[in-house]
Design a protein around this ligand. Structure first.
Ligand SMILES: N[C@@H](CCC(=O)N[C@@H](CS)C(=O)NCC(=O)O)C(=O)O
Length: 228
């Protein structure tokens, strides 16, 4: 059965840029599950599946509705145990929760600071109004001022990935030789920036850049072939 994924979209409804939704897209592909994505603008999220949520991703799997990307990953792992594992066991799920929080909070926060106005520019008029109001309340300044793509900011971001660089000198992915959900957590963040901005977050000789390139190629290039 095809799983329905409510996926954040831009003014161009084929442009899907949400970091959290990308985590779920990759998780569904990892499990080899058929998916129908439903393009959903910010201002449409409240009406999904009868309401009750403020964020995407949301999935509907044969009538079972799950909200929140990490809850979705746990659900998929439990519901489809015979498909490739997202976590490599219970301890892997527990460690992945840390990577989820790190990507969702710390990494996404840094990327938002660098790309917030670029995101705005991709949205349709109704979403732009909503986005400007909510994000300017958060940053306390106009989006144009909040966005900081300075060399200093980029250098700070790149330096913050240093522990991952050390890890990638020993192995190809978070879990070893093959990708796991932890990889998709960070992948979603970097894919978000890639979808909305021309900013080069990573230098091409950075092992993290090489890891991201590997992730872009997974599942027949699901990430790389997405419309930008
Ligand atoms: N912890 C949630 C975060 C989801 C989230 O923040 N989604 C964003 C898009 S990436 C959203 O729907 N935002 C709606 C809004 O800001 O109104 C998850 O992992 O699913």
């Amino acid at each position: 059965m095809t799983i329905k994924l409510y996926d954040l979209c831009a003014a161009d409804r084929d442009l899907r840029f949400s970091p959290a939704c990308w985590r779920t897209r990759m998780a569904l592909a990892h499990k080899g599950l058929a998916v129908e994505t439903v393009p959903t603008m910010f201002t449409e999220i409240g009406a999904i599946e009868g309401g009750g949520q403020k964020t995407v991703p949301v999935i509907n799997d044969g009538g079972v509705v799950i909200r929140d990307s990490f809850a979705i990953a746990l659900y998929l792992e439990e519901k489809y145990p015979d498909m490739p594992s997202l976590f490599g066991g219970e301890a892997g799920a527990a460690v992945s929760r840390f990577v989820h929080y790190w990507a969702d909070g710390f990494i996404d926060g840094q990327i938002a600071r660098m790309c917030i106005f670029d995101i705005h520019q991709k949205l349709d008029a109704a979403d732009q109004g909503y986005f400007r109001k909510t994000r300017e309340a958060r940053f306390g300044v106009a989006l144009e001022t909040a966005q900081d793509q300075s060399e200093d900011r980029l250098a700070t971001f790149r330096a913050s990935l240093s522990p991952l660089r050390s890890l990638l000198s020993k192995q190809s992915y978070f879990g070893g030789d093959s990708p796991l959900y932890a990889d998709y957590c960070l992948f979603g963040s970097l894919q978000w920036a890639r979808m909305v901005s021309d900013l080069e977050l990573l230098e091409k000789d950075d092992p993290v850049f090489e890891w991201f390139e590997r992730c872009l190629g997974l599942f027949d290039g699901l990430g790389r072939n997405a419309k930008v």
